[in-house]
Design a protein around this ligand. Sequence first.
Ligand SMILES: *Cc1c(COP(=O)(O)O)cnc(C)c1O
Length: 400
Amino acid sequence: MTLKSTSDKGPQTLSIHGGEAPDPVSGASAPNLVMSSTFVVDEEISFSANNLSSETPFVYTRWANPTTQQLESKLAILEQAEAGIAFASGMAASAAVLLAHLSQGDHLVISNTNYPGTAEFARETLTRLGIEVTPVDTSELANIESAMRDNTRMVWLETPSNPLLRISDIRGAADLAHRQDALLAVDSTFASPIATRPMTLGADLVVHSLTKYIGGHGDAMGGSVCGKQELIGPLRGEALVHYGGVISPFNAWLIMRGMATLPLRMRCHQENALAVARFLEDHDRVEKVLYPGLESHPQHALASSQMDNFSGMICFRCADPKRVAERMMQRLEVIHYAVSLGHHRSLVYLMQTDDLVGSSYRLQGEELDKYRDAAGEGVFRLSIGLEDSADLIRDLDSVL
Ligand SMILES: *Cc1c(COP(=O)(O)O)cnc(C)c1O
């Protein structure tokens, strides 16, 4: 009772059965949770990560673990990638890709507004190590094209991006990167593999924060990278074994449990988000709503062509956002005023423009004007959960 082939199965079947097999010893139908840091071996195994291969038996959980391995293959199957690797968090996964696949003297082209942790890591850590970084608005391919240099080794997209939900054209960016022998890495956290499969559009590496939609319940942190075996293999030896950002098998088990319902949840996230986005669009006190599923989103056509589901992230603007945020903290009944996203619980948070553009994005000139034009003093990032949309609408109406 193991899937003989995955290419002929749908995403609901793959989310449940992909990468899992009944336990050969006990017959357990649910995946085994193996909480063991070390494994009894019956042969000498090299201590060097350089000798690690897919043939190496389980030795130590920082190298590989039977529970985590099932999560890794489920992720690879859903992303239509050859291989997957899990990390302790999305940031551990992102840092692994950037550090293990870039070296001193290399050049990186990256979205100029994205997840603040990634933005700061690129601008501070990578540049300190002698890696050149050019942040551009990747939602326009021409900006990527003009940023490319002879030493560009990687293009990094985040689509849809934090917090303005800009969409980047994965296929077009892959062509530009590959013309230059550079890798295309895509942080697809806001989309989930149900909405977008970047590997099928030409990406080389797909990064996820499993803490968000994939885990889906706000209780376990994790991250992952999927891609060709030749790019994932070195990540295991160098990033997992040596940087050490290994996921707990318990978190891997919780995330796999969450993944069983990922396609169902994404359908509900999208349905609820569309209802809330339309409500916000019609509300007098709301100045602007960005949701890729709304016809008014500036890149609705690209989103429709690249996404099978518009996900549950909405960004909106209203007058006096700090007062509205205060009311939210005091009065919201259902929605939690908290960071993070992709959970079954709805979450909202004010992303203040001065904070983001100054410390994380360091935007200047025209790019700063463009950001302010879209975001004003700040935008509310709303992660629509799985509650009844009427209750979410009533909750928001009470604070706007
Ligand atoms: C949350 C997030 C990350 C970081 O993931 P953690 O699991 O919090 O480390 C990276 N990218 C995006 C787009 C995110 O939303």
